[in-house]
Design a protein around this ligand. Structure first.
Ligand code: ATP
Length: 291
């Protein structure tokens, strides 16, 4: 049984259709990045999966209907919106009490052990903690939940780069195992691409790309082209061309590596660059430089 199975998942707010018939299968043990611009429908899709909003279409999460079986589903799901959700007046010890009270799979001792590795005091109020400390607290709480599915919606919003890195390191080293499935949305695609097994691009309520990272690496190649090879490279019909440090960098879809290697330095494109390339309507031939 897949962890998430969506067929024709649709969500409208009044006349505005935020999610437009998404088909998506996420197998267990995958780490999936949901990537898309503001307002693309990522949070809405996640809310449907978490049983936080009614929807149209077929959706099963861990074999359950999230809307009608939310209570049961939540026993196996852990979820962080962004780190600002903990109220400022709450003491750390009360946060532990609260999660212990509401979540049957919360391992308090484990949370205490994680907190012992930080400088966070039990009697501090959330409001006096730095943003990074709030993240550490959040992590300690969420990662002490024995969940089968972890949903992270912009988990590091507003945090500096050191804490963001620490967050993902902890996630992978201390939390993830093959039995757990993780779904992450972020606007910092470059920070999570090395931990993802799959990437799903969402644009305007639709899936624009759904691929394993392995398949992506096999399909898309970026070449920093030797100037003498530029015309030859352009003849292979890149899907995007841009300038990087004064050198033309061309992105190819499905062109054999043997044909590309003689043209310059080849590498896998970053997810953010790929996203821009796939979602921009500008023909590559007209784009000497683009965003
Ligand atoms: P971001 O990256 O900015 O967080 P997102 O991809 O998560 O964006 P959503 O929050 O899912 O996007 O929003 C998708 C669309 O649905 C947007 O146009 C948004 O304005 C709209 N929307 C979201 N929530 C509501 C709501 N409760 N009522 C009405 N419209 C909503």
């Amino acid at each position: 049984m897949a962890c998430i199975e969506a067929r024709g998942l649709t969500k409208a707010y009044g006349k505005h259709v935020a999610v437009k018939g998404i088909d998506l299968t996420v197998e267990r043990g995958r780490i999936v990045g949901l990537i898309g611009p503001n307002g693309a429908g990522k949070t809405t899709a996640l809310k449907a999966m978490l049983g936080l909003t009614p929807f149209k279409g077929d959706l099963r999460v861990l074999g359950r209907d999230p809307w009608s079986e939310r209570d049961l589903l939540m026993q196996d799901v852990s979820f962080i919106a962004d780190v600002a959700v903990l109220p400022r007046w709450l003491r750390v010890s009360q946060a532990l009490d609260y999660v212990a009270g509401v979540h049957p799979r919360f391992d308090r001792a484990r949370a205490e052990r994680s907190l012992a590795q930080t400088v966070i005091k039990r009697d501090s109020k959330v409001g006096v903690l730095s943003k990074g400390m709030v993240t550490q607290l959040h992590l300690a709480l969420v990662m002490a939940i024995e969940a089968k599915l972890l949903v992270l919606d912009e988990p590091t919003l507003g945090l500096d780069i050191l804490f963001r890195k620490q967050f993902y390191d902890t996630l992978i080293n201390d939390y993830y195992d093959d039995d757990r499935t993780i779904v992450i949305t972020t606007h910092h695609a470059e920070e999570i691409e090395h931990i993802l097994t799959d990437v799903v691009f969402i644009n305007d309520g639709r899936i624009a790309l759904n691929s394993s990272m392995d398949a992506l690496a096999a399909r898309y190649v970026e070449v920093r082209v030797d100037p003498a090879q530029l015309e030859h490279a352009r003849a292979l019909k890149p899907i995007r061309e841009r300038q990087v440090f004064g050198r033309s960098t061309l992105l190819f879809d499905g062109v054999a590596m043997e044909a590309l290697e003689p043209l310059g330095e080849v590498r896998m494109p970053g997810i953010a660059d790929l996203f821009v390339a796939l979602l921009s309507n500008t023909p590559a031939a007209n784009t000497g430089v683009n965003a």
